[in-house]
Design a protein around this ligand. Structure first.
Ligand SMILES: Nc1ncnc2c1ncn2[C@@H]1O[C@H](COP(=O)(O)OP(=O)(O)O)[C@@H](O)[C@H]1O
Ligand SMILES: [Mg+2]
Length: 251
């Protein structure tokens, strides 16, 4: 079984709970492991989710400008969780060839030796940021809202993952599919889950995350839902997801 270190949260569809998943997974794992959360979406919402702000000086995207990754590290709401914040306003299209740069930083700085896990939140675009993330992925989690376009987006993301692995001639990352904002009483949601099961394999599906307004509110309070004292549905669902992920990854 593969020992997974870097988990990329990705889906090119916006609003599919990538950031919510990255923040809660990273914080849940940080309860008993050392974790690096890398915020690769320049909007910096994952940074906000762990009590920080996107950076205007040095951030995760600074690795494309010659900065080391470790120089970007800052502490968060959880002592075992380190953040590499988004660099606000970094424009990937100002640069031509950024391929392999994150991978090279990971290698040179031996990132895998310093953290048990690295979680990467990605932007909803198929650009150099997503490609750099896929190049370091041991596992990719695709969160999706269970409706028709949500299922289509999962298929498109699967193709991007295959394409990235074949371009880099590397082993395919483990892929897991996470239904989010799931309501078991909505027929369309059940049908969408069934389609994902048949198209991509039941073993790829994680238990779903239900709708919970606390998962939205956490960005206002800058405290990840999984750290809330009052147990909520979202907190419970993300706890189960993290356990399933660790089990599946052989940890
Ligand atoms: N399970 C959930 N229940 C309720 N609201 C959610 C849930 N998951 C995400 N949200 C909300 O949905 C919106 C999109 O989520 P977000 O994580 O920002 O998606 P993405 O990063 O894919 O664009 C946010 O406002 C977020 O707070
Ligand atoms: Mg996001």
């Amino acid at each position: 079984m593969r020992l997974v270190k870097t988990i990329v949260i990705s889906n090119r569809k916006g609003g599919s709970a990538k950031t919510t998943t990255a923040v809660n997974l990273a914080t849940e794992l940080a309860k008993s492991h050392s974790v690096l959360l890398l915020d690769f979406d320049t909007q910096g919402h994952a940074s906000i989710g762990v009590g920080c702000e996107p950076s205007e000086g040095v951030g995760a995207h600074s690795v494309f400008l010659g900065t080391t990754l470790s120089e970007t590290f800052i502490p968060t709401v959880h002592e075992r969780l380190t953040l590499s914040p988004a660099l606000a306003f970094f424009d990937v299209y100002d640069y031509s060839d950024l391929r392999g740069m994150l991978k090279s930083r990971f290698k040179r700085e031996k990132i895998a030796d310093f953290f048990d896990y690295c979680i990467i939140d990605t932007p909803p675009t198929f650009d150099a940021l997503l490609k750099n993330s896929l190049e370091v992925a041991d596992a990719v989690v695709i969160p999706f809202v269970p409706h028709h376009l949500g299922v289509v987006a999962v298929g498109q993301m699967m193709r991007a993952i295959y394409q990235s692995a074949s371009f880099a001639q590397r082993e395919l990352a483990e892929v897991g599919i996470l239904p989010v904002m799931f309501n078991p009483h909505i027929k369309e949601h059940q049908e969408a889950l069934e389609r994902v099961r048949t198209s991509f394999g039941a073993e790829k599906l994680f238990s779903p995350i239900g709708v919970d307004i606390k998962l939205s509110k956490q960005f206002e309070s800058q405290e990840p839902a999984v750290l809330a004292l009052q147990r909520g549905k979202g907190m419970k669902d993300y706890g189960i997801f993290a356990q399933e992920l660790l089990l599946r990854m052989g940890r």
